[in-house]
Design a protein around this ligand. Structure first.
Ligand SMILES: [Zn+2]
Length: 341
């Protein structure tokens, strides 16, 4: 029942035209193991950025950045594993099953409808999950460490069968376990089931970043849910206001930072956001807990029913992807026109 608290900001059914219903979420992402966030194979250092430390304190600070792509790609993959499990991915124009990063999305599955696609065949769906770069609260000097990796041979030793020492030395930077990122995610014109799907993806994705099969454990927690007609302040604004509060309270900027304290401070900072133009409602603690429980329930015992129901909701909007060569003239299934005034 709980997600109905947000009815005013949710779409009753999927439709092609946006109507400005906006749900904003504040997500705390905490690393549970070492994590590597950089473009794979690029040899570049960890993703970070010099930004203004706070609003009042205008000194510059180097913070870690978790880019949009590093957040969304693993989360989409989590959802798509489930869709694949229930055969809810569709064939693309080449007859192959919908797959990420292949330039040939099926344009018909839940993932395509929610996270968007732009296909060569002429179809396009705008993503309705808007993410932004997430920033670490603490500076990189506190959150990044370096390690020299020395490749060992299969014998488990540093010397091969001829007695030669391993020369495969490598210095590798990593983000320490227990580092916090704050993140703002925006959901646009979503139905309740679509919101459950996206929230499930965020809450249940276990690993992020490069070499994620070995490291990159991360836990996500939703600290606030808002409804309105526009986006929340950015994640950078959030960490900046927390920085000011930390300095004000004489709290040291040291790793590891107390998660409970961070949660409390963040909740304090976002409590004022409903005073901002365009943000009209924040869920209470109890309503927030109810929404998370609702999401858990749908992904747990009711998963198959829930995913199949969501899949059916796009039925009348589904158009098999056009073959790249076929003409788009005389569209038979033109989008239904809704009176927009
Ligand atoms: Zn698809």
């Amino acid at each position: 029942m709980s997600i109905e608290t947000l009815t005013q900001f949710l779409a009753p059914t999927y439709e092609n035209f946006p109507k400005g219903r906006t749900i904003g979420m504040v997500v705390l992402r905490k690393t549970q193991s070492e994590l590597i966030l950089r473009t794979e194979g690029s040899g570049e250092p960890m993703c970070s950025e010099f930004v203004q430390a706070g609003f009042q304190h205008k000194n510059s600070l180097q913070r870690l950045v978790m880019t949009k792509r590093k957040q969304v790609a693993p989360e989409r993959r989590f959802g798509r594993e489930q869709l694949r499990g229930f055969e809810l991915l569709y064939p693309n124009k080449d007859g192959a099953v919908c797959s990420l990063n292949t330039n040939a999305p099926c344009e018909m599955c839940i993932d395509c409808f929610l996270y968007g696609f732009a296909a060569g065949g002429g179809g396009a769906q705008k993503s309705r999950v808007w993410t932004e770069d997430a920033f670490s609260l603490l500076p990189t000097s506190e959150t990044v460490a370096e390690r020299t990796i020395n490749a060992i041979f299969e014998t488990g030793t540093m010397r091969d069968e001829n007695g030669k020492a391993s020369t495969a030395l490598n210095t590798s930077e990593y983000i320490k376990p227990g580092v916090h990122f704050l993140d703002v995610v925006t959901l646009k014109d979503m139905t309740a089931d679509e919101m459950r799907y996206v929230l499930g993806n965020i809450l249940m994705t276990p690993r992020y970043g490069a070499v994620s099969s070995r490291i990159g454990r991360m836990e996500n927690q939703i600290l606030g849910i808002f409804g309105g007609i526009t986006e929340l302040p950015s994640s950078l604004e959030l960490v900046q206001s927390l920085y000011d509060a930390l300095i004000e309270a004489n709290t040291p900027l040291e790793h590891p930072f107390d998660t409970d304290l961070l949660v409390e401070m963040t909740k304090g900072a976002i409590a004022t956001w409903t005073n901002r133009r365009g943000i009209s409602r924040q869920l209470t603690e109890e309503q927030l807990t109810d929404v998370i429980a609702d999401v858990d329930r749908h992904w747990d015992g009711e998963r198959e029913t829930f995913l199949k129901r969501l899949d059916r909701s796009y039925e009348t909007f589904r158009k098999p992807p056009a073959k790249a060569s076929s003409s788009r003239k005389g569209k038979k299934n033109a989008e239904p026109v809704t009176p927009e005034g």
